[in-house]
Write a protein that binds this ligand. Structure first.
Ligand SMILES: [Zn+2]
Length: 287
């Protein structure tokens, strides 16, 4: 996996700033020699002239290349301020500690309910799922070995979360972070207990992690917007409720899932993928 990676400007609906503020890079997770590699997307958001945030941190095998790609994209004067993690699965967190080492002032941002899975205090394999399938598969494949030091993590509440919901110390309301980065934290539990989506308010683009998936080539049909796979989802019913709560919001027009088939044809630099329009998501999840 020594192929260089590169970020390219992301296509989205709102007028694109010049220079652009949103960038994407696709890495491929070679889960098995018998299966097609899974596209995993990471995103860069520029806020201010030289401060940046990354959304998700890549899959196993991409670590060194992703760190170099981030450095190349933000430039030698750029500062990576935050690494927003949608959740702690290994295909979203693999390069986290490599990035924290390269960018010593960077902090990881995660929903307060997901933080224990990043520090190692909780494990997905010891978390009871609401479905039978998850309670079998959880032992087989999803545990991350990434352990993030608590002092490098900013735990946040989602927009609209009950203020009392996360009573652990040092839990930040998301509006402070939004004032600094333009990014609003949306709690989207279900796939994991503390899964979050991240809404970039100025561009009306929302980065949805595994709240839903769009994996057309892998399943040979189009469109293939689906709820997250039951075998890796703690609570499928909560995951569907989270999709419905996303659809109720009026402040976004286009969503970018982490696993998006539009990215599968990308070679080298990211050619941009259209993500999923709100209309397409509403068609896939009527009612
Ligand atoms: Zn996941």
């Amino acid at each position: 996996m020594s192929t260089p990676l590169a970020f390219g400007p992301l296509q989205y609906d709102s007028p694109v700033a010049d220079p652009p503020v949103l960038y994407a890079c696709t890495v491929h997770w070679h889960v098995s020699r018998f299966a097609a590699p899974v596209p995993c997307r990471t995103f860069l958001v520029r806020h201010g002239s030289a401060r940046w945030s990354l959304i998700d941190a890549g899959c196993p095998g991409c670590e060194a290349a992703l760190v170099d790609a981030v450095q190349s994209a933000i430039g030698s004067d750029g500062e990576l301020a935050y690494i927003f993690l949608t959740h702690g699965h290994l295909d979203h967190t693999a390069a986290t500690n490599d990035l924290l080492a390269r960018f010593p002032t960077a902090k990881v941002v995660a929903h307060a309910r997901e933080v224990p899975y990043l520090t190692g205090e909780l494990r997905y394999s010891r978390t009871r799922g609401s479905g039978l399938l998850y309670n079998i598969t959880k032992y087989l494949m999803f545990e991350s070995t990434v352990r993030v030091s608590r002092d490098r993590i900013v735990a946040v509440r989602g927009d609209g979360d009950e203020a009392t919901e996360s009573t652990a110390e040092n839990v930040l309301p998301c509006d402070e972070l939004q004032a600094e980065t333009g990014i609003c934290v949306l709690a989207t539990p279900g796939h994991t207990p503390g899964h979050a989506a991240y809404l970039h308010v100025p561009s009306r683009a929302v980065f949805t992690g595994d709240a839903f998936m769009n994996l057309v080539p892998m399943f040979g049909r189009s469109p293939a917007i689906t709820a997250p796979l039951a075998l890796s989802t703690v609570s499928p019913s909560s995951a569907r409720a989270s999709i419905r709560s996303l659809l109720k919001r009026h402040d976004w027009t286009r969503a970018f899932p982490a696993h998006d088939a539009g990215a599968i044809t990308t070679q080298g630099g990211d050619m941009g993928c259209g993500g999923v329009s709100k209309d397409a998501l509403a068609v896939a999840f009527p009612g």
